[in-house]
Design a protein around this ligand. Structure first.
Ligand SMILES: *[C@@H]1O[C@H](CO)[C@@H](O)[C@H](O)[C@H]1NC(C)=O
Ligand SMILES: *[C@@H]1O[C@H](CO)[C@@H](O)[C@H](O)[C@H]1NC(C)=O
Ligand SMILES: *[C@@H]1O[C@H](CO)[C@@H](O)[C@H](O)[C@H]1NC(C)=O
Ligand SMILES: *[C@@H]1O[C@H](CO)[C@@H](O)[C@H](O)[C@H]1NC(C)=O
Ligand SMILES: *[C@@H]1O[C@H](CO)[C@@H](O)[C@H](O)[C@H]1NC(C)=O
Length: 286
């Protein structure tokens, strides 16, 4: 969710290409593949572009990506010193829409929205919501407009109207508070912001925001994405059962951080090996 992530996104993409594809693009349309990334764990649904949208309308293949998830808590390893702000990790949960056929194969603009949790010095996890039109940085949603807390269940839909405009819908299913916004690429005239045409990729990720120290790993309770949908320009629905899905495992320097596991065609869980059996909501009062 931060611009800095882009450097790693490149590495991540190239790694998967070397390992799995031998091609020159973000992995697309293969289905059932497993990828590894040092800061992203989750799933994507790939969909083919149609001739009409590609040649006539010049619109991205995907129109909508949506899902619900629980906002997790983070805990620090026993020996981590949270007095050092560099060790207070944050994790973002988001859905996004990307096009695959970019002229620059190392540059993939996308619209994403979701939540982010951070652990404080006092070991308390706080949460907020944000929207980002990559490559711009995130726009945090003021608490007055949309409030989220760990353990809340959130519904988020990201919609792309054109290559530079779209729509965000969020709902906190605990409080029923909604957030609705029309969004535009931060620099709409700059081609670097134009969502690419060609095949579309619906993204469902937990991201380890990478700006900080990576010696200690964040531990989180299970994040379960449910009711996932990807709707293409023609109005057709795609999900994890379409045979075009890929799972991404978060592994940094040989250490597993976030492992995705399919549940059914519209849900999967991302778990942390050290937080797999942790159920913080049984102990914490909100
Ligand atoms: C996408 O379209 C191409 C060409 O029609 C086809 O070969 C391929 O199987 C399709 N891929 C998916 C994931 O539907
Ligand atoms: C905490 O322990 C882990 C595992 O033994 C180690 O890798 C890490 O460097 C330690 N961190 C600190 C801050 O001592
Ligand atoms: C938050 O709500 C205020 C008052 O309704 C509105 O003026 C502002 O634009 C909203 N901010 C965002 C980021 O949506
Ligand atoms: C699933 O999501 C759709 C669209 O976001 C919504 O209309 C529907 O109520 C949701 N279903 C469940 C079971 O949450
Ligand atoms: C978290 O997910 C993993 C993988 O599906 C599962 O084995 C584990 O029981 C889950 N943990 C909790 C607390 O539900």
């Amino acid at each position: 969710m931060y611009a800095l992530a882009f450097a790693l996104l490149c590495l991540c993409t190239l790694t998967t290409i070397v390992n799995a594809l031998g091609g020159g693009r973000w992995p697309i349309g293969i289905g059932m593949n497993k990828y590894v990334c040092s800061f992203l764990g989750g799933a994507v649904i790939n969909i083919n572009q149609t001739e009409t949208t590609r040649e006539v309308d010049k619109l991205p293949a995907l129109r909508t990506a949506s899902a619900e998830w629980n906002v997790p808590w983070i805990k620090a390893p026993d020996n981590a010193s949270l007095s050092d702000s560099d060790k207070r990790h944050s994790l973002a949960q988001w859905v996004g829409i990307m096009g695959d056929d970019c002229d620059n194969v190392n540059w993939y603009p996308f619209l994403q929205a979701g939540t982010v949790v951070e652990i404080g010095e006092n070991e308390v996890t706080t949460a907020s919501a944000w929207v980002e039109w990559f490559p711009a940085g995130p726009h945090f949603i003021p608490k007055e407009n949309f409030t989220v807390s760990p353990n809340d269940k959130i519904s988020v839909a990201v919609e792309v109207y054109t290559r530079i405009s779209g729509h965000i819908y969020m709902k906190n299913l605990r409080t029923d508070q909604e957030y609705v916004a029309e969004v535009k690429a931060d620099s709409p005239d700059d081609p670097k912001f134009h969502i690419c045409l060609g095949p579309g990729v619906a993204q469902f990720f937990q991201e380890w925001v990478i700006a900080k120290d990576r010696a200690d790993l964040p531990i989180f309770n299970n994040v379960t994405f449910t009711n996932m949908t990807a709707i293409d320009r023609r109005g057709e629905y795609h999900d994890l059962g379409s045979g075009t899905e890929d799972y991404w495992t978060m592994i940094d320097a040989g250490r597993q951080i976030g492992i995705p596991q399919g549940i059914n065609e519209d849900s999967f869980v991302v778990y942390s090996p050290m937080g797999k059996t942790w159920s913080p909501h049984e102990n914490i009062q909100c």
